[in-house]
Design a protein around this ligand. Sequence first.
Ligand code: NAD
Ligand code: LMR
Length: 340
Amino acid sequence: RSVESAVKRSRSAHLRRSFHAGAVPERKVAILGAAGGIGQPLSLLMKLNPLVTRLALYDIAGTPGVAADVSHINTPAEVAGYASEEQLGKALEGSDLVIIPAGVPRKPGMTRDDLFNINAGIVKSLCTAIAKYCPNALVNMISNPVNSTVPIASEVFKKAGTYDAKKLFGVTTLDVVRAKTFYAGKAKVPVSEVNVPVVGGHAGITILPLFSQATPSTNALSEEDIHALTKRTQDGGTEVVEAKAGKGSATLSMAYAGAVFADACLKGLNGVPDIVECSFVQSTVTELPFFASKVRLGKNGVEEVLGLGPLSDFEKQGLENLKAELKSSIEKGIKFAKEN
Ligand code: NAD
Ligand code: LMR
């Protein structure tokens, strides 16, 4: 027993050194779609992240300018730009984490599913390259429709024999970011203290914020307030699409959310304990094969998919209401990947 506790003591001393003395592991992060509306500010934010050693910026257009620009920032991460399909392998090789914001965004009047025809093919080809060049990397999927692009990625990886459910994440952090902001505004609590889980998927009614579990809790909100907050969170993307009036969808708040989630993934990889974020992952929380819920992140990606916790009647109803749409979006993605 004494050997075991000595090992434990030395391990925790080592971790302390790792966390407090700056001796963190080297980490390569690749961003695919790095010159886009999300890609550019996300590249900036990842260049600022002290956990990133190498930053590979890949896009089919505009990469050299973005890479040169970001590379001048005086932070440790080494930046390299990759500008054409022939360079995709080099961009991916050795990556610990690949973030994918490549693809077209919505215009007013469109649903996220209207992006499927273009983005499904983009995601499929990028994931085929990931399977070849960095099969062990964590993948953070931002490209919409997330409810379908994550299942597409899973099928591509299965076909290639590299699928690891623990390493594939649909990024739903923006829903959490919005839920926190809107809740703090309405409940008049400091936004930096707020936590709100958001479960389900990432489109319309499939986005289900659990305000009954929001902290700090408050009894200042009426049922109508909760319904309005829920609707605003579900329609947050559309609110931005309409405000941008044809010039795309959320980019800055998404880059922030993407950077928060990527940072959590890197911390998990580095062995930092108790890193929990919501994400759309392979799941047994409901009967659906993919579902967003709280996930504990660790050295191999998903360490544990956490359950839903107690739901209000309104949330229980929301959960039942979202299942049909989420199921069909998942099946659409799987079918596409199997047939193409
Ligand atoms: P954008 O058009 O500004 O940028 C997309 C970038 O992808 C462009 O630079 C383009 O050249 C690049 N690209 C296209 N095909 C590529 C390929 N095969 N390989 C590499 N790069 C490629 O769009 P955006 O506003 O940055 O949005 C990107 C995607 O993110 C959209 O699908 C959008 O719906 C989605 N999105 C998701 C969330 C979320 O919460 N998950 C939030 C906002 C936007
Ligand atoms: C969002 O939630 O902002 C994104 O999914 C982009 C969109 O199309 O709404």
